[in-house]
Structures are given as C-alpha cells and as structure tokens.
Design a protein around this ligand. Sequence first.
Ligand code: UDP
Length: 377
Amino acid sequence: MTPINKILIVGAGFSGAVIARELADAGYAVTVIDSRDHVAGNCHTYRDDKTDIMVHKYGPHIFHTDNERVWQYITRFGEMMPYINRVKAVSGGQVYSLPINLHTINQFFGKTFTPSAAQSFIEEQADTSIDQPKTFEEQALRFVGKDLYQAFFKDYTIKQWGTEPSNLPASILKRLPVRFSYDDNYFNHKYQGMPKFGYSQIIVNILEHPIITLHLNSSFIKSMQTDYDHVIWSGPLDAYFDHSLGRLGYRTLDFKPFYGTGDMQGNAVINYCDNSEAFTRVTEHKHFSPWESHKKSICYTEYSRNCNAEDIPYYPIRLVDDKALLERYVDLAHKSNGVTFVGRLGTYRYLDMDVTIKEALETADALAEAFVSQQIP
Ligand code: UDP
C-alpha cells in the first residue's frame, strides 16, 4: 500500500482548518482549498471599511461550549473576550427577554411571580397530554403552552424554516432553555466568548503551519482527487456527488445592511417574532465587540428563504424527504474510498461551532491513526 503523503482538504471553515492543523502537526502535508475569497466559511468576520466595526458577514456567531478540549483549542489560536449573548425579542408590540425566563413570563402575563409560582403557572399552561414531544410544535406546547408558543416561536419559526413547526423536529426548540429565574444568558454553557480579532483571524492562525498550503478562490474539481492520497470534504455532501440523487434542502439567509451612528438598537441581536415583519432578526455588530468604541454603526436585517443552487447553504432543513435522501447519500459516502465527509455541510447537520471543532479534532485523531495503520477509510 502507498503511504499517505498528500492530503487535500476542501473547505477552510472550522472543520477543514482544525483537521488540517492536526494532521500537519502529525507530520502530514496538507493542501486546503476554498472556493471563497476568505477563510472561516460562514463564521467569517471582517472589518467594515465605513465603520471599522468587526462584522459577522454570515450572521451572528457566539462561541459557547462545555467542552474543555474545545475551549483550550480555540483559546490557543485566538484571544476570546468575555461575552454573554443576551437576546431581545419583539412580540405584539413589546420587547421581551429571551430565552424565556422569569422576566419574560412576568412581563408577558402581567404578573410578579416568584420562580416557583411561575413554574406552577407554566405547568398549568402546558399541554401535559403530549407525552413524548416529537415535533417543534409539540415540544413548545408541552413545555411553555399555547400563548408563549404563539407569541415567541410559531411565526418566527415559520419565517426561519419556511414550514409549519408541526413539520420540524423537537430538537430545534430543545436548543433554547426555559428558565424560572432572571438569568437571561442565551446559553447554558460553561465557556462563552467572542474572538477579540474575529473568527477569521483564528482560522488564519490555525492554518499557519509550514506544511499547510492554503488556496483561496479555488474550487474542487474531481480530477484533483487523483493527485492526492486522501480527500477531506467539508462542502455539501450532495455537491460531492454532483447532486446525482437530487438536492438536500437548505435554508439560506439574505442580509440587508444599514448604517447609522451611536447605538441604534441597544443590543447585538433583536428577534422579530411576529409575521408582520418578513425578517427574523436584526443584528447590530458593534455590540459583539463591547471592548471597542465606534461612533458609527452597522446593522444587518436578516431574512431566511429556501436555498437555490447558486446560494450559500446555511441551515440543513432535514424534513422527512431530506432525511430519506440523506440516507441514500450517506450510503454513497460509505461506498466511496479515499474521502472523509466532515462538518455541518459534509454531514448535513445543524452543528454549533464548538461541536464542529470537537468532531474535527476526533476525526483528525482517527485519520492520523488510520493513516499510520493503513486502515484508510
Ligand atoms: N426560535 C423562535 N423564536 C426566537 C428564537 C428562536 O421561534 O425568537 C426558534 C427558531 O425555530 C430557531 C430555533 O428556535 O430556529 C433555534 O433558535 P437559535 O437561536 O438556536 O437559532 P440560530 O441562532 O441557530 O438561528
């Protein structure tokens, strides 16, 4: 068997970069290509030239994790500044705090509940006839009841996913906690932060290695495969197979930027939960870097829609049809030699950054071991 010498990684997002780095550290020469003109995939950050503000080009990304190895890893490649994501939500003409917490409940129902009184009250609202919630809607009705579901989740979810919440899995809503305290931290994780110099700088630092070669503006073509002993693919799973079985469904996002001065909305992210606005949320990027000061401001209004062939895929939809098609692609992937599929697009899953890094580290460990023993996937 030929020893593994040349590795091609397609995609310079977290998956591709972390695997490249780990393999390079293990002594393997790695080439990384990305069709875009920047690294970091959809986590890409850049300084806006009109305001000098660090902008999350593909929407808000807040780093949070419970995983020690992942936190050690990311902080090795970039300074993380303390940052707590506190989201506001507009519903029925009022501004509330999300995730649903004691303040949200008291404000919404016009009460002054204590934590235990709120808990009992919400239990009365909940539809306890739903034993094991399977859909997003069932999960919401079971745990927060009809009124809060309709105010905060129903229309937002239809805008975000383009389908009724009864068609979506409960797992999407399980991302959000419900709290009976005034804690309005959007995440429960032990570690949370924002990179001082942006996500792209972290990826640049990860990729800075004598035996990693990076080519931007460089698309994968099948003939490249013969020049490499192994390919690691972090692009869309169906794209690797030229969509031969059909297209997996994704949602894409459109951002409409607008400029102003001072503090335009008072918070990084405000969600719009009613269907009177077509957009889902507005992000004011300067609030992601509270340690900087800027006179001007840039905001992004965010719209979600189905992803066409020429669009950038963001969220895997994973409805019943997609899951059936996914199984067929996974089958093809298992039968393909010399390629490993990784990351959100390569495995068609809704992954947060920390999970992406964790899986990339594990994949790199497994690949390095396989290359040594020649048990190549
Ligand atoms: N969601 C909602 N209303 C909100 C915020 C979230 O209905 O104000 C739902 C929506 O379906 C969303 C899901 O909860 O897709 C998960 O929210 P999260 O904030 O994790 O979404 P992301 O930031 O990944 O878009």
